[in-house]
Structure formats: C-alpha cells, structure tokens
Design a protein around this ligand. Structure first.
Ligand code: NAP
Length: 226
C-alpha cells in the first residue's frame, strides 16, 4: 500500500469519483475537491474518513483552492500527486451556434481553474517531487468544427507539455490524460458506447504508479467496439 496522498478536483462525479475510488483501493489517501459537498461526504463515508477528505471547493476561486490545500496538508501531512480533472462541456455545438456565456464558464473552469490548481499545489508537489496530472480530451488532440470546448482541451494539452518541462527541473512529473467519449454526467444523455469512468481511472493509476524514473507524458484512451 502506497499511503501517498492524491488530491483530485472534480472528484464528486464521473472520472474524478472513479479515480478516487480506485486510488483508495490501491492504498492512496485521497483529498476530494468539487462543489457538491454532499456527494463528497458520501464518498468519504464509502472510502473511510481515515483515508479520505472532502474539500468543498470551486476551482475558479483561489481562496477555495488555498483552503483545500491547507486542509489536505493538515490532515495528511504531505501532497504527492494532484489530478486536475474538474471541467465541463459545451451547451451548443460550434462557434456560430455557440453560447458565449457557456464559453466563459468553460474557459473559467477548464483553463483558469486548472492554472490556479497548478499554481496553488506546485510548492507542495515540489517538496515531495510529486506528480501533476490533468484531464484533457481526445477533443484536444483532433480538429472539431468550431469547437470552443475542444480548444480549451488543446490548451490543456499544451499546458501539460509546458508544465512538464518546468516540473522536470526538480524531478517532478506531469501527465496528460486524454479520454475519448466517457459515459458520465458530463452528457445529458447516457453514452453506452463510450468508455466507463473506471476505464479512465485505470489510465490515471497506470501513470501514477510508474517508478519515479518514468514519466508517462500522455495517455490517449478511446472506446473500442470490442
Ligand atoms: N465525459 C467525457 O466524454 C469526457 C471526455 C474527455 C474529457 N472529459 C473531461 O473529464 C473531466 C471530468 O468530466 P466527467 O466526464 O467526469 O464529467 P462529470 O461527471 O460532469 O464531472 C465533472 C466534475 O467537475 C466538477 N466541477 C465542475 N465545475 C467545477 C468547479 N467550478 N469547481 C470544482 N469542481 C467543478 C464537478 O463537480 P461539482 O459539480 O460538484 O463541482 C464534477 O465532479 C472534465 O475535465 C471533462 O472535460 C470528459
């Protein structure tokens, strides 16, 4: 059992919740950040309060993230990895048909929230020579007609590459997790043809559990008809 500490944003649902569960099963202590406090409390109840901490938090707010980091260090004494996963999608397709208010919200959470998460957590990760992982998307690897959501995830991919260079200076690691379609509440309708959240969680654990001498740069994981 690792006993290492993983902070996850967007931990209340979908990919983040599945990753928290799998990481806890593999001996990680988990700090769970999202806005839905009741969902986080239920997860702490399921995992066990000794090894899990609920951090009600809006990732677009620096003071929320600072408080989340403080609470994590106070309870667990260290921070070994961060999975910056909070994000949302578009309410309408493309640019001509898109909704600028939704673009602003996506940019706030998918980009600004990611940057704040990295900014706040980096000193603690530097102390542990830790690992920063972030959720991009297949939509950030391919061209999608007029997609602002896809463009936020192109940002995530570029930022992951740049942050990897900065973290490498002190032995830290940085990984982009880029899933194709995943059947989560991200969509209003079920996506039975998509990946399961647990499929992405296994990709995160694969990257996390490599030896310190190995950096998994990017994981692109897509559904297969089987
Ligand atoms: N589903 C897909 O097909 C797919 C594919 C590729 C990439 N992704 C990416 O995967 C990530 C997770 O999405 P998901 O599919 O697991 O969807 P999800 O089930 O809707 O989860 C999104 C998570 O983000 C959190 N969140 C949203 N806004 C937040 C904020 N301002 N502050 C803190 N937390 C916030 C939500 O929690 P609260 O509402 O409780 O705050 C929730 O825990 C996102 O970055 C998404 O872009 C999804």
């Amino acid at each position: 059992m690792t006993g290492k500490v993983l902070l996850i944003t967007g931990a209340s649902s979908g990919i983040g919740a599945a990753t928290a569960k799998l990481a806890a099963e593999n001996g990680w202590r988990v700090a769970l950040a999202a806005r839905s406090a009741a969902d986080l409390d239920a997860m702490v109840g399921a995992i066990g309060a000794e090894n899990a901490l609920a951090l009600p938090c809006d990732v677009t707010r620096m003071d929320d993230l600072e408080a989340a980091l403080d609470a994590t260090l106070k309870k667990f004494g260290e921070l070994d990895a961060v999975f910056a996963n909070a994000g949302l999608g578009a309410t309408a397709v493309g640019t001509a048909g898109g909704d600028p208010a939704n673009w602003r919200h996506m940019i706030d959470v998918n980009i600004w929230g990611l940057l704040l998460t990295a900014k706040i957590c980096l000193p603690a990760l530097k102390a542990s020579k830790g690992h920063f992982l972030m959720t991009g998307s297949r939509a950030g690897v391919i061209a999608l007609k007029g997609s602002v959501y896809g463009a936020t995830k192109w940002f995530v991919r570029g930022y992951a590459a740049n942050l990897r260079e900065e973290m490498a200076e002190w032995g830290g690691r940085c990984t982009l997790i880029a899933p194709g379609m995943v059947d989560t509440p991200f969509f209003d309708e079920p996506k039975p043809q998509g990946l399961k959240s647990e499929d992405v969680a296994r990709a995160v654990l694969y990257a996390l559990e490599q030896p310190d001498t190995v950096n998994v740069n990017e994981v692109l994981v897509t559904p297969n008809a089987g």
